[in-house]
Design a protein around this ligand. Structure first.
Ligand SMILES: [Cu+2]
Length: 525
């Protein structure tokens, strides 16, 4: 018997047992139907490859459905399709291991991929989008190596559907199924997630958006949704450390900036952004260049009289926040978590003094406990452990070595390569790495010698990496050269474009056309 047949048989047996227990709300025949839609699994490692998140996705999502609402766009995430069965919207959701790419390979380093847990080949899971009043059935299959359930966060539904292990339902064992079915009587930004704390930290969450019967006014032209997540990843280890309290990779819809796909908005459009957070930290999400109103919470729409203005909204753990604004000002505006450590990638492997490769300091990546700040013995600021909190203590301070970073390399130079910040020159020329013409710098800064740098306590701090070419996609067309230097962690761009540029970029998105703007010469790796 093949693995797949075995799998189907086990699933069927489980469905039968559910029938006996009176848990099955749908009909067994429809449940069996879902076998055909099981995602392809790599037999060798049991992992399911993430589906291609092509740029047509946003366009497909943007098609106006019969309900008359503005469909929600989830950049970098798929939307879950359904089929109608006797007036019920039937979705198939499978919990499984997903290899998720937070950041593609760049000329600065290899891709950052993780073995996360998600749904239907996606982390976070695909968005479920329904209408208030809909009858919804979710045929759930567990392909994880341990039991799980799905909790429908914030939904007022019967207790049998609440997804709390043992309290409202038995665990769904590996290979087992459960049928969730309920009517949605609310509207707003909700989400689904595993009710196992560690499973949540492996990525098991997805958006559940319910459109109101009558669209809210003022109507929005663009409606976006994001899941905010954080990951603790040790160097050379692709499995998230769910015990950690320190997180070094921050994602929006499963991507870390600059790999996040920018939002493309036409000047004057009204925009809604829905933000959902499931992690160990709260995220103050800040929008540049526009004041917004907070118009919704995880409990749904806020009455207009209680909307409040801001440009930073704190999205607490387990909360949802909807913000709305008029895109009055043209520009490529950042949308990002403002916690400084959430504006970084891979922050446990810093250059310079923090790197401490010798001596009595704690090295990042040494072991799960030491590497992510869990103290096993002694105290946190002891000689042994101190450097893991940033810098040396006691004797180890003498071992700190100042090194220069990207900014330092270009300081004092008149010309620099926009792609390779370490390439700088006093005269015009070409970059030896990529052949691009060196660009005259507007401000050359002051060149410091290595000795002078060492007199500066705390130097270096910020690093910048320019990887424009490595993350280029239709939505990035026309961004300023070097834009990726500013984009790290939980960040994306809200691009408010004048109509002609908007049409140009959207045509590129539609055609899947990825090319560099004419001002930037072609460059070879
Ligand atoms: Cu944050």
């Amino acid at each position: 018997m093949s693995n797949e047949m075995n799998w189907m048989r086990r699933k069927f047996l489980h469905v039968s047992s559910l029938l006996g227990a009176g848990f099955l709300l749908g009909d067994a025949a429809s449940a069996q139907h879902e076998h055909h839609q099981a995602p392809k699994t790599d037999k060798k490692n049991g992992k399911t490859a993430a589906p291609e998140r092509d740029h047509q996705q946003a366009l497909r999502q943007a098609k106006q459905p019969p309900g008359g609402y503005t469909p929600v766009i989830t950049p970098d995430l798929p939307k879950l399709e359904y089929k109608m069965e006797n007036g019920v919207k039937v979705f198939n959701l499978t919990a499984e291991v997903v290899e998720c790419e937070l950041m593609p390979e760049t000329h600065m380093g290899p891709a950052r991929k993780i073995n996360a847990w998600g749904y239907n080949g996606s982390v976070p899971g695909p968005m479920i989008e329904v209408n208030e009043g809909d009858r919804v059935r979710v045929v759930f299959t567990n392909k994880l190596p341990e039991p799980t359930t799905i909790h429908w966060h914030g939904l007022e539904i019967p207790i049998e559907m609440d997804g709390t292990p043992y309290i409202s339902q038995p665990m769904v064992e590996p290979g087992g199924m459960f049928i969730y079915e309920f009517t949605v009587n609310q509207n707003g930004t909700f989400f689904y997630h595993s009710h196992g704390a560690m499973q949540e930290m492996m990525g098991m969450i997805g958006l559940f958006v319910i459109h109101p019967k009558v669209p809210h006014t003022p109507r929005v032209d663009k409606d976006y949704a994001f899941v905010l997540q954080e990951w603790a990843l040790l160097p050379n280890n692709n499995t998230p450390n769910t015990l950690a309290m320190e997180f070094n990779w921050l994602t929006m819809n499963g991507k870390a900036a600059p790999a996040t796909t920018p939002l493309i908005i036409k000047h004057g459009e009204r925009v809604r952004i829905r933000l959902v957070n499931l992690g160990m930290d709260h995220h103050p999400i800040h929008l540049h260049g526009a004041q917004f109103y907070v118009t919704g919470t995880e409990g749904g729409r806020i009455p207009e009289s209680a909307w409040y203005p801001g440009n930073t909204v704190l999205v607490g753990v387990a909360q949802a926040r909807d913000v709305e604004f008029e895109a009055k000002y043209v520009g490529d505006w950042m949308l990002h978590c403002h916690l400084p450590h959430h504006m970084m990638n891979q922050m446990v492997s810093m250059v310079g003094p923090m790197m401490m490769s010798h001596g009595g300091g704690m090295q990042t990546g040494k072991g799960m406990e030491e590497g992510m700040g869990i103290v096993r013995r002694g105290h946190a600021l002891s000689d042994d452990l101190g450097p893991g909190f940033g810098r040396g203590t006691g004797m180890t301070t003498q071992e700190e070595k100042n090194v220069s970073n990207a900014l330092g390399a270009q300081a004092g130079a008149l010309y620099a390569c926009p792609m390779h910040p370490e390439v700088a020159s006093d005269k015009p020329g070409k970059c030896p790495k990529c052949g691009m013409a060196l660009v005259k710098k507007q401000s050359s800064g002051v060149a410091l010698t290595e000795t002078e740098k060492k007199k500066v306590p705390g130097y270096p701090q910020d690093m910048m990496m320019i990887v424009d070419d490595d993350v280029v996609k239709p939505e990035t067309y026309g961004l300023a050269p070097g834009w990726t230097a500013s984009m790290m962690g939980m960040m994306t761009l809200v691009r408010v474009l004048p109509e002609d540029k908007y049409n140009d970029v959207m045509a590129r998105v539609k055609a899947g056309k990825t090319e560099r703007p004419p001002s930037m010469p072609e460059h070879k790796h």
